[in-house]
Ligand binder design. Structure first.
Ligand code: DOR
Ligand code: ZN
Length: 433
C-alpha cells in the first residue's frame, strides 16, 4: 500500500483538541506523522492529496445503518451501502441485525465481515440481543463479541419484557457491550403508520403516540437504576420525542450510563413533511411535531445527544410506491448526513464545526468502544474525511451509490462537500476536483 500525504488542509480533530493547519502522512493503514505545513519528516514517495482550503477530519462513523445483507440484496448490499457511506464521508458503519436471517449468530456476524462482501469501509456488525430478535431468549454475547459484534440490539423491534431487558443489560455489561434499544412500546403502536396528531387525523391514519417511545425509555432507565452496575450501558436509538430526551437527561444527571442518538431527519423534519402520503417521509420512529423536533435541536446543541446517526434504511422503489399504510418504514441517509449537519447545525444554528464532527465520529467511536478510531493521532487508524466545509450543493437521489433512493432530502441544498474518504489508508471515495 502506498503512503498518502494529505497536504495543506485544516485538521479538525475534536478528541485530540486539534484545530489547525496540518499535513498528515498515512502509512500502512495508520497515521504515521502529523506536522505543521511543510514540516513532515518522512513524506518522500507518498502520493500527495492537495487539501488546500479543505477540512481534514477523522472519518465519520455511523452507529446505526441497515445494510440489508444477508438476505435483501435488492434493497442494499454491504458493497453498495458502504460505497454510499464512503461518498458521505463515513469510514465506519455499525450494521443493524434485522437482516434475513436476523444476525443473531457468530456465523452471520463473520459472514458480514468476510472480504467477499466487498465493503469499501469498515463494517461493525451489531448483533441481535435476542434469538431472532423476538424479545424472548437472549443470545450468547461473548461468542458474538468474539465474532466481531460491537453492541447488541433488536432494532426494528423493542425488547419489551422487563425480565428479558434486565437479563440483556446484565449479560451485555458482563462482556462490555452496550445495549441499543429501539424504544417503541409496540402494544401502543399496532397498525399506526405516522405520528399521532393533527396530521394523522387529517390524513385518516392511525398515529403513534410519543408515550410509546418515552414510556419504554423510562422503563429501561428504571431497570438500569435498579441494577446499580456501572458497567451497564443503555443507548437509546433514534430518539424522536421531547419526553424521551427529558428522561435521558435526568438519567445522566443521576450518573447513569444512558446515552442516545438522534437522526438528521428527526431534528430537521416534522410530520408536516408526510404531506399527501409521501412514503419517503415514512419511518419508525415517525417524524414528530415541531415541539419534538425543536427538543431534538436543543438537546443536540446543549450536549445531551451523544451521537448523530442516520438510521440509513434502504427500501426498493416498488416497496415504497404503495399506499402509505402498506409502505415499509425507513429512509436512506448516508450521503446526506454531513451536508445536512454542516448546513443546519453549524451554519444555521452556529454549532462549532468541531462539535458537529465529534457527534459524527469521536462520540460514536467512544459509545461503541472502537479503539483507534474517531481521532487522528499518530498510530490511530488512517480513517479520514477531507471535505470542503463551505461548498453548497444539491442532493440528487438518482445519483446515489445506494441501491435505493427512498429519501425525503432529494433536491435539498447541502453544505459541506466530500472530496476524499480514506479508509485505513486506502481511498474509498474520491470526488473529481
Ligand atoms: O424506519 C425504520 N426502518 N425503522 C426501523 O426501526 C427499521 C428500519 C428498517 O429496517 O427499515
Ligand atoms: Zn429502530
Amino acid at each position: 500500500m502506498t503512503a498518502l500525504l494529505i497536504r495543506g488542509g485544516h485538521l479538525i480533530d475534536p478528541a485530540a483538541g486539534v484545530d489547525a493547519l496540518k499535513d498528515i502522512l498515512l502509512k500502512d493503514g495508520r497515521v504515521a506523522e502529523i506536522a505543521g505545513p511543510g514540516k513532515l519528516k518522512s513524506a518522500n514517495g507518498a502520493e500527495v492529496l492537495d487539501a488546500t482550503g479543505l477540512t481534514v477530519a477523522p472519518g465519520l462513523i455511523d452507529m446505526h445503518v441497515h445494510l440489508r445483507e444477508p438476505g435483501q440484496g435488492y434493497k442494499e448490499t454491504i458493497a453498495s451501502g458502504t460505497a454510499a457511506a464512503a461518498a458521505g464521508g463515513f469510514t465506519a458503519v455499525a450494521a443493524m441485525p434485522n437482516t434475513v436471517p436476523v444476525n443473531d449468530s457468530p456465523e452471520t456476524t463473520r459472514w458480514m465481515l468476510a472480504p467477499e462482501r466487498g465493503a469499501v469501509i469498515r463494517v461493525f456488525p451489531i448483533a441481535a440481543a435476542t434469538r431472532g430478535s423476538k424479545g424472548e431468549a437472549i443470545n450468547d454475547y461473548a461468542a458474538l463479541k468474539s465474532a466481531g459484534a460491537v453492541a447488541v440490539t433488536d432494532d426494528g423491534n423493542p425488547i419489551l419484557k422487563d425480565n428479558v431487558m434486565r437479563e440483556t443489560l446484565i449479560a451485555a455489561a458482563r462482556v462490555g457491550l452496550c445495549v441499543i434499544q429501539h424504544a417503541e412500546d409496540t402494544r401502543l403502536t399496532q397498525g399506526a403508520s405516522m405520528n399521532a396528531g393533527a396530521m394523522a387525523f387529517k390524513l385518516g391514519l392511525r398515529g403513534m403516540a410519543t408515550e410509546a417511545e418515552s414510556g419504554l425509555v423510562e422503563r429501561d432507565i428504571r431497570l438500569v437504576t435498579e441494577l446499580r452496575d456501572t458497567r451497564v450501558h443503555l443507548h437509546v436509538a433514534h430518539t424522536s420525542t421531547a419526553a424521551a430526551l427529558a428522561a435521558v437527561r435526568q438519567a445522566r444527571r443521576s450518573g447513569l450510563r444512558v446515552t442516545c442518538e438522534v437522526t438528521p431527519h428527526h431534528f430537521l423534519l416534522t410530520e408536516e413533511h408526510v404531506g399527501l402520503y409521501n412514503t419517503n417521509a415514512k419511518m419508525n420512529p415517525p417524524l414528530r411535531s415541531a415541539f419534538d423536533r425543536d427538543a431534538m435541536i436543543e438537546a443536540i446543541l446543549d450536549g445531551v445527544v451523544d451521537a448523530i446517526a442516520t438510521d440509513h434504511a434502504p427500501h426498493a422503489v416498488h416497496e415504497k410506491e404503495v399506499e402509505f399504510e402498506n409502505a415499509p418504514n425507513g429512509i436512506t441517509g448516508l450521503e446526506t448526513a454531513l451536508g445536512l449537519c454542516v448546513r443546519w447545525l453549524h451554519k444555521e444554528w452556529k454549532m462549532p464545526l468541531g462539535r458537529v464532527l465529534s457527534l459524527l465520529s469521536a462520540q460514536p467511536a467512544a459509545l461503541l468502544n472502537l479503539k483507534g478510531r474517531g481521532t487522528l493521532t499518530v498510530g490511530s487508524f488512517a480513517d479520514v474525511v477531507v471535505f470542503d466545509p463551505k461548498a453548497e450543493w444539491v442532493y440528487n437521489a438518482r445519483e446515489t451509490k445506494s441501491k435505493s433512493r427512498n429519501t425525503p432530502f432529494d433536491g435539498w441544498t447541502m453544505q459541506g462537500k466530500v472530496r476524499w474518504t480514506i479508509s485505513e489508508g486506502r481511498i474509498a471515495y474520491s470526488r473529481p476536483a
